[in-house]
Design a protein around this ligand. Structure first.
Ligand code: ADP
Length: 263
């Protein structure tokens, strides 16, 4: 922020200019965070309402179509169509569940969690998709990492989203590097891929609900906004750096359990 004012001498004559340079990056960042939080709160309320309403008819469709499937002879060609309906109802309920997760606040129980274990467990869930996509993993996990206060399940959801996004960004394979460390009372996790990267103009939109560059049916645009909500719930932070054509790095930070923090 630059302000310029005339510098006036005793006789009222102008003797120069007073130039004030104020670095307001921190304020701008805080304002951006507030806007993001407000957006998520109002969307959360809307999402919870819609998700509840949609869940019931969806469960009915899902039940009936599975009943219908059982009534058809095993070799009936209509099974193909029914399979498609079943698959799509599962997908729809996955989206609804994501929305519900997104709007849920404070329901999870927080305990001392070791982020190295959460990373390891999440990696075990993606072994198969990573193998198929030829994604290699390089782990640099700090031994004796102090615990953070949180919900292992929800944190696992965050890592799962980040890992699957990294896989999607490396269509012809690549390297996913995961690093954990502890610095100044914070546990850091850095997740770096060698994928396509994120264009500069998209960087500030990736945490927005429903922002996706993936084709319909593949992306919902909820992964990162849900993750953002979970990280905030844990008094944590997430930053992203990306170089198009080279890769992307997400850096997460959580306060060590037991340390006083200002949320
Ligand atoms: P979705 O994965 O359903 O699109 P997300 O909220 O998880 O929703 O991600 C939003 C968008 O952010 C993605 O569509 C993609 O454009 C971008 N993105 C997220 N992670 C990465 C990554 N590791 N590399 C490149 N782009 C990414």
């Amino acid at each position: 922020n630059v302000s310029i004012a005339p510098l006036v001498g005793k006789a009222g004559e102008r003797i120069g200019r007073l130039i004030l340079l104020d670095d307001i990056s921190q304020r701008v960042r805080l304002e951006e965070q507030m806007v993001q939080t407000e957006k998520l709160t109002s969307l959360g309320l809307l999402a919870a309402g819609v998700a509840h309403e949609v869940n019931t008819p969806l469960a009915v469709i899902s039940n009936y179509i599975q009943m219908l499937a059982r009534q058809l002879p095993a070799d009936d060609p209509r099974h193909q169509i029914i399979d498609k309906v079943v698959k799509q109802t599962f997908r729809a309920s996955e989206i609804v569940n994501n929305l519900l997760n997104f709007s849920r606040t404070g329901a999870a129980e927080f305990t001392a969690v070791n982020l190295n274990s959460v990373v390891e467990e999440t990696l075990s869930l993606v072994t198969h998709p990573f193998k198929t996509a030829r994604v290699n993993v390089l782990k640099t996990l700090q031994t004796q990492l102090p615990p953070v206060l949180g919900s292992a399940n929800r944190l696992q959801q965050v890592f799962l989203n980040l890992f699957m996004n990294a896989r999607d960004a490396m269509p012809s394979g690549g390297m996913l590097e995961i690093r954990t460390a502890c610095n100044n009372g914070y546990v850091e996790v850095e997740i770096t891929d060698t994928g396509t990267g994120i264009p500069r103009e998209n960087l500030h939109r990736i945490f927005d609900p429903f922002f996706t560059t993936k084709s319909t049916g593949r992306g919902t645009g909820l992964g990162l906004s849900v993750s953002y909500g979970i990280i905030k719930e844990h008094a944590g932070k997430i930053d992203v750096r990306s170089t198009p054509g080279k890769g992307t790095s997400f850096r997460l930070e959580f306060p060590v359990a037991g340390k006083a923090v200002n949320v």
